[in-house]
Design a binder for this molecule. Structure first.
Ligand code: F6R
Length: 258
């Protein structure tokens, strides 16, 4: 895993945008896996600005989102479909995008179809991920199978509390989500994880330096051959080898830089 430590979330987001821009330059018809939440907001703003300035062209790309709340229609302002529309797709116009349907009457069937749609698109080239403060990726909460596929999951009380800031009250946060599985995520050609703020420091350390364990689903990314983790200083605070990661980045050969 490559670990890049940036001074703050803004700088980290610029680095992430450069990686996505390179992906689209190298393969304009890329399949991107995308996340919602607070973490990618600066990145999405940057991508929109780059697209509007003609610096990148997402018009041939396909996107698949990681997850969606069960019981919220795409028109609900807190649905992840509405989030993606508002924060990315209104200005960053991809050829097509997919998100699980939280209103599906047959969730098991819908999840199997979502997996099939990813396969039919040729698989995900670059999967963007945020990190839950409990170590989740997508909504694969601690204890999730590291081989799991897209399915229904029940959020932990902690994730409900973390996500409550987007709702009028914690009671309004749905308890269930449809999420790509850890196995689905590991199938991506490359993964890009972002984590900002001291509230993520423990999860970052567990993900990158802890044992590979279902207790921290993000630790499964240690098994991924092409995974980049970009963090700000507060999120890096508990990394034991952080000086080495800085050293690696400073000495990175030019041809490896985006
Ligand atoms: C969202 C998702 C989640 C979030 C994670 C961090 O699509 O898959 O794993 O990335 O909960 O959320 P934020 O960014 O709000 O801290």
């Amino acid at each position: 895993m490559e670990i890049i430590i940036k001074a703050d979330a803004q700088e980290a987001s610029l680095e992430a945008a450069a990686l996505i821009a390179r992906q689209l330059r190298v393969k304009p018809e890329s399949v991107l896996g995308l996340a919602t939440g607070s973490t990618p907001l600066r990145l999405y703003e940057r991508l929109c600005a780059m697209a509007e300035a003609g610096a990148i062209d997402p018009s041939q790309a396909t996107a698949f989102n990681l997850d969606e709340y069960v019981g919220l229609p795409g028109t609900h302002p807190q649905s992840y479909a509405a989030f993606m529309q508002a924060h990315l797709f209104e200005r960053f116009k991809v050829a097509r995008w997919h998100i699980p349907n939280g209103m599906s009457a047959d969730i098991a069937r819908h999840c199997a179809q979502y997996e099939e749609a990813i396969r039919e698109a040729g698989g995900i080239d670059l999967q963007l991920l945020g990190l839950g403060s409990d170590g989740h990726i997508g909504f694969n909460e601690p204890g999730s199978s590291l081989a799991s596929r897209t399915r229904l999951k029940t959020l932990t009380a902690r994730t409900v509390a973390d996500n409550a800031l987007h709702f009028a009250s914690p009671e309004e946060v749905p308890r269930h989500v449809i999420t790509m599985g850890v196995g689905t995520i590991l199938d991506a050609q490359a993964c890009l994880v972002l984590a900002f703020g001291e509230q993520k420091a423990r999860a970052v350390a567990a993900m990158a330096e802890g044992p590979v364990s279902a207790s921290c689903p993000a630790s499964a990314l240690q098994m991924h051959p092409v995974c980049t983790l970009i963090v700000d200083e507060p999120a890096a605070a508990l990394l034991e080898r952080r000086d080495y990661y800085r050293w690696v980045y400073e000495n990175k050969p030019d041809w490896q830089r985006p």
